[in-house]
Design a protein. Structure first.
Length: 239
């Protein structure tokens, strides 16, 4: 069994265990004004999300708005369902992502896929996955503040195009950007916030989970809270 499989097996086992504890109800929203569940979009909502997303990509073009353009192989726009109810936001592409032009396809991406598909029981194609930064920083260093500033209009526009019902901030950069805060992820994690009226669940980055498997139980708690917010069934819990 690979390290990734180990992490997932532990995560699922923990979820099954916790699923039997009635004391673990939905975590109440901590940001004022947020409901315990979020309403589904109106059925007659104009479905212009795909066109709006395509317009964002067109606007990005062969972007050279920051220094990361010089070292990248490809721009990693993000991918998934243009009408996703859940949108995950990570930090930046790594080597695999830069090579393939797709978000979260390396080891951490495989773990994220497992969390979504085997844990939350959702097809990965049902969600949208993107990063704060669209080009790989050299040697996978942290993004610089000016790079984040240069790139952020694209992510803002993606969120407005998709209009997800819940945003999930993965790790420090995803969570801090979504919540416009400098608080450490250790304090943010699991505390529901909001961005432009959309609930935001900050949680640990899958790359962190690969290094620190003890965090997997917390991530599972956060994903269960996301499912409850959407009114979806939580695997391991009674209907
Ligand atoms: S990281 Fe963002 S702003 Fe910088 S070059 Fe890439 S797409 Fe443009």
């Amino acid at each position: 069994m690979s390290e990734r499989d180990d992490v997932l097996a532990d995560l699922l086992a923990h979820g099954r265990f916790l699923g039997g504890l009635s004391s673990l109800g939905v975590r109440p929203p901590e940001a004022p004004g947020l409901p315990a569940t979020v309403a589904a979009p109106a059925p007659d909502r104009a479905d212009d999300s795909a066109a709006a997303l395509a317009a964002v990509r067109e606007e990005m073009g062969d972007c050279r708005r920051c220094r990361l353009a010089s070292g990248r192989r490809t721009i990693v726009f993000g991918q998934g369902n243009p009408r996703a109810e859940i949108m995950f936001v990570g930090e930046a592409p790594g080597a695999d992502e830069d090579e393939q032009g797709l978000a979260f396809v390396g080891r951490a991406g495989q773990l994220l896929t497992d969390i979504i598909e085997k844990g939350m029981r959702l097809p990965r194609s049902e969600v949208f996955i993107a990063n704060v930064i669209k080009c790989r920083p050299p040697q996978n260093r942290n993004p610089e503040p000016d790079e984040i500033l240069a790139c952020q209009p694209f992510l803002d526009a993606q969120i407005r195009a998709i209009r997800p019902r819940v945003l999930v901030g993965l790790g420090k950069f995803g969570a801090q950007w979504l919540l416009r805060t400098a608080e450490p992820i250790s304090r943010l994690r699991g505390r529901l916030g909001e961005r432009e009226g959309i609930p935001v669940m900050p949680t640990y980055h899958p790359a962190y989970l690969l290094r620190n498997p003890a965090g997997k139980k917390d991530v599972w708690e956060d994903m269960k809270a996301v499912l409850r917010l959407l009114g979806r069934r939580v695997p391991g819990e009674a209907d």
